[in-house]
Design a protein around this ligand. Structure first.
Ligand SMILES: NC(=O)C1=CN([C@@H]2O[C@H](COP(=O)(O)OP(=O)(O)OC[C@H]3O[C@@H](n4cnc5c(N)ncnc54)[C@H](OP(=O)(O)O)[C@@H]3O)[C@@H](O)[C@H]2O)C=CC1
Ligand SMILES: O=C(O)C1=N[C@H](C(=O)O)C[C@H](O)C1
Length: 270
């Protein structure tokens, strides 16, 4: 079988360049296209040269539709509005769409779910094996420990350029904790604390966000009891872990029926 042709959208971004390097080097896939927004200084450049590989013969375009028409899948770590638009084009082309973008509104989520009627979409706030395994462990711990005895708090730190909070990963871990407790995260999450907040409410799942420097992504889920504390953590040291996960997701989704899948499905952790 020939290699799966992948289009990298947001090709000039931190993840875009990492995805180009990863897709160029992993077996079973090839970089079939690269897309950036209209007006981007990267349009017209060779994607490999931009990513530090040297020429690979793929010119960055600002027109996704013809690029998608010639591809088997799309790797998308861009921005929420752009991703919803790309999901529509992937649905038209009936191809795989791997979504790593975070920070979606409920309306964005509905747009992606609609596109998944015709596109095979894998979407996750974190594409790494380590974080998805951590989510399974968090779910187990939350199930085992009574909310009367243990409070759950999620702490994350990212680089100074990150624009959304809490991170997609923090929310994914919060969903895992809520699933373990058999509750809905939306009804129990505390995303900001400031001023006279009063005491902590039993069963809350709290979030705290730090931003600074070049941190790739640190997450801790703290289960705090009286006299003891369990901390489950993941530290990302290299964006390549996300890119390898995304390529793995694309290969897994290739040939599967349209729908909205998660990284847990890909990794067999569901
Ligand atoms: N799920 C996961 O495992 C991971 C998810 N992420 C998420 O991925 C996203 C991107 O992160 P990062 O790479 O650090 O961000 P960057 O800002 O470095 O990259 C985003 C890229 O997308 C481009 N872009 C935005 N809109 C469009 C558009 N309409 N058409 C084409 N390109 C567009 C941007 O262009 P311009 O600069 O011109 O706006 C930029 O080049 C974030 O949401 C982040 O949270 C990141 C790492 C891992
Ligand atoms: O913006 C980032 O950089 C990252 N975003 C994802 C998130 O929001 O959790 C994943 C990773 O932590 C890096």
């Amino acid at each position: 079988m020939s290699d799966m042709g992948l289009v990298v959208v947001g090709a000039g971004g931190r993840m875009g360049q990492t995805l180009i390097r990863t897709a160029h080097s992993m077996p079973g896939v090839r970089v079939a296209g690269a897309v950036e927004r209209k007006g981007s200084p990267h349009v017209g450049l060779d994607a490999g040269e931009l990513a530090g590989l040297g020429r690979i013969g793929v010119t960055i375009t600002d027109d996704p539709v013809p690029a998608f028409a010639k591809a088997d899948g799309v790797l998308d770590f861009t921005a929420p509005a752009a991703t919803v638009e790309f999901a529509g084009y992937a649905a038209q082309a009936r191809i795989v769409h791997v979504i790593g973008t975070t920070g979606f509104t409920q309306e964005n989520e509905a747009g992606i779910a609609a596109a998944a009627r015709h596109a095979t979409i894998v979407k996750s706030g974190n594409m790494s094996l380590g974080v998805n395994l951590l989510a399974v462990l968090v779910e187990q711990a939350a199930q085992a420990l009574d909310p009367e005895d243990f409070d759950i708090e999620i702490l994350e730190m990212h680089h100074r350029h990150k624009v959304d909070a809490p991170s997609g990963t923090a929310l994914l871990l919060g969903e895992a904790a809520a699933a373990g407790r058999g509750i809905r995260l939306g009804e129990h999450s505390v995303r900001v604390r400031d001023g006279h907040t009063g005491p902590r409410k039993e069963g809350d799942i709290g979030f705290a966000t730090l931003r600074g420097g070049s941190v790739v992504g640190d997450h801790s889920v703290i289960l705090a009891g009286v006299g003891e504390r369990i901390t489950l953590s993941h530290n990302a040291e290299d964006r390549a872990i996300f890119a390898r996960g995304a390529v793995k997701a694309a290969l897994w989704a290739h040939g599967r029926k349209p729908g909205l899948y998660s990284m847990r499905d890909v990794l067999g952790l569901s």
